[in-house]
Design a protein around this ligand. Structure first.
Ligand SMILES: [Zn+2]
Length: 483
């Protein structure tokens, strides 16, 4: 099986997901996939890292029911208007029609905030920050794709409540910072953070902000989003608190959705190569695999005995290690197997290593090999794990930078988009009055206005005109195709 990520990304992706045993999409309900052990272990690690970051930033874990009664969904008009086209309904218990139908949560604002109206009473209860790790259900009518679009998918949702609007906006910034710590800092995935155009915001929110990374085919992948809800849900759910001044007030809310599935899709796609996955050290289920290399001048038992010494040494240093000692599989086949699964370091142990009490380490990202004395093994592994991380991240950053181009006309936008690039261009407005211009880009090139960057300072377009309508441009926006 020859993989070619560059010329056929879609085939590469499907093959890697299947062959590396991430998920299996042959389950007999359309849009629902089975998570296999290798994928599940990576997912659980991403969950753990994200949950730790959320908790460090003051969030508490909760778990809400999967079902939401219809009356909750209906409380916020714009919200239900949007989601009603995507809701799975439970209508029956056994063969009896239920007195009220229940939604399988498409997202849980209307479950959380129903309960928040009981829990939040005083300014002393604020800020109130809670999250849950769960799956949500959406009746997708578009083509589904494992880890990118499904009818059930995994994510985290955090729901925060504040006494002031300023505090809520600060939370939006903090959400961006948490994304940076985890997605960029631990998973080596660079991304851009946008304020989305009003016409593309989360329904029920005042403003939506989102992290987009770039997939190898040039499409944006939204990996996390955070929403400033203002007081809209507080009013819809009668969440009120007694403030210091003795007055009852509606609080301000935010909600945050790191897309764990989509983060995994990005991790696989951005770092992988034609040999399969490449996992950064922190998320690899196995960080070092030990492969014995049999030869005539050493007995297999003796070799395995030394491999176990190497294994113990690594394990004592907290490294997730596997000794692949199956005598019936050739070293070459083992190399291929573990490379495909993205194990960041391979430790080769043959007669030379045994004789000299050493180990040969091979990096998954560059295939560089180096022989290390056993006594220095742990230090070397730590050093190499950092180098692999730095290499993956700087490669991904260079790739992202090289894909951003500027355009001053709609034709230039079209040309660049068709080459898989992201376009930075002057644009009239990301308020509703710019929506017709956004629609035109969508019709002409299936491209979307992703919004204004808020993670970097950008000069406003001085005197430039909107590339679509020619009115004075208020902002630079980024345009591209998306998943
Ligand atoms: Zn315009």
């Amino acid at each position: 099986m020859k993989l070619d990520k560059k010329s056929n990304f879609s085939e590469w992706y499907n093959t890697v997901i299947r062959e590396a045993e991430i998920v299996d999409d042959r389950y007999n309900v359309k849009g629902f996939v089975v998570h296999r052990p290798w994928g599940m272990r990576i997912l659980k690690t991403i969950y753990r890292i994200y949950e730790e970051a959320l908790e460090e930033h003051g969030h508490e874990p909760v778990l809400f029911p999967t079902v939401i009664p219809e009356e909750n969904l209906r409380r916020e008009e714009e919200h239900v208007e949007y989601f009603k086209a995507e809701v799975f309904w439970i209508t029956h218990g056994a063969d009896r029609l239920l007195p009220r139908r229940l939604a399988l949560r498409p997202t849980s604002e209307t479950a959380f905030y129903y309960m928040y109206s009981y829990w939040i009473r005083s300014y002393r209860d604020l800020p109130f920050k809670a999250y849950q790790s769960c799956s949500v259900f959406r009746y997708e009518t578009k083509a589904t794709k494992p880890l990118l679009r499904g009818r059930e998918f995994l994510w985290i949702e955090a729901h925060d409540v504040f006494s002031t609007s300023e505090d809520a906006y600060r939370q939006v910034r903090e959400d961006m910072e948490i994304a940076r710590e985890v997605i960029y800092g631990k998973l080596a995935i660079p991304f851009m953070f946008f304020q989305r155009p009003q016409w593309d915001k989360f329904r029920g929110a005042e403003y939506t902000f989102a992290a987009d990374c770039l997939m190898p085919d040039g499409r944006f992948n939204q990996i996390a989003s955070t929403h400033y809800l203002g007081q809209r849900f507080a009013k819809a759910f009668e969440i009120k608190f007694l403030d210091r001044d003795g007055a009852w007030k509606y609080p301000y809310q935010t909600c945050y959705g790191p897309g764990i599935w989509r983060i995994l899709a990005a991790l696989i796609s951005i770092h992988g190569d034609d040999h399969g996955l490449i996992l950064p050290f922190d998320v690899a289920p196995i960080q070092v695999v030990i492969v014995p290399i049999p030869s005539k001048d050493v007995s297999y038992d003796e070799l395995i005995k030394y491999c176990k010494v190497v294994e113990d040494r690594l394990r004592s240093g907290g490294v997730r290690v596997r000794l692949d000692s199956d005598p019936d599989v050739t070293p070459g086949a083992k190399f291929y197997f573990w490379e495909f699964r993205g194990v960041p370091l391979r430790a080769e142990v043959g007669s030379m290593e045994l004789k000299t009490r050493s180990v040969t380490l091979c990096r998954r990202d560059t295939f560089e090999r180096v022989r290390i004395e056993l006594e220095l093994l742990l230090d070397a592994v730590e050093d190499l794990s950092r180098r692999i991380f730095d290499n993956l991240r700087s490669k991904a950053e260079r790739e992202l930078e090289s894909r951003i181009v500027e355009a001053l006309s709609i034709e230039e936008v079209g040309e660049s988009i068709s080459k898989g690039l992201i376009v930075k261009a002057p644009f009239c407005s990301v308020d509703y009055d710019g929506e017709p211009c956004g629609e035109k880009l969508k019709e002409a090139y299936s491209a979307e206005v992703r919004g204004i960057r808020i993670d970097v300072e950008e000069e406003p377009p001085d005197g430039a005109k909107c590339i679509v309508c020619g009115r004075p441009a208020k902002h630079y926006v980024y345009i591209g195709r998306s998943y």
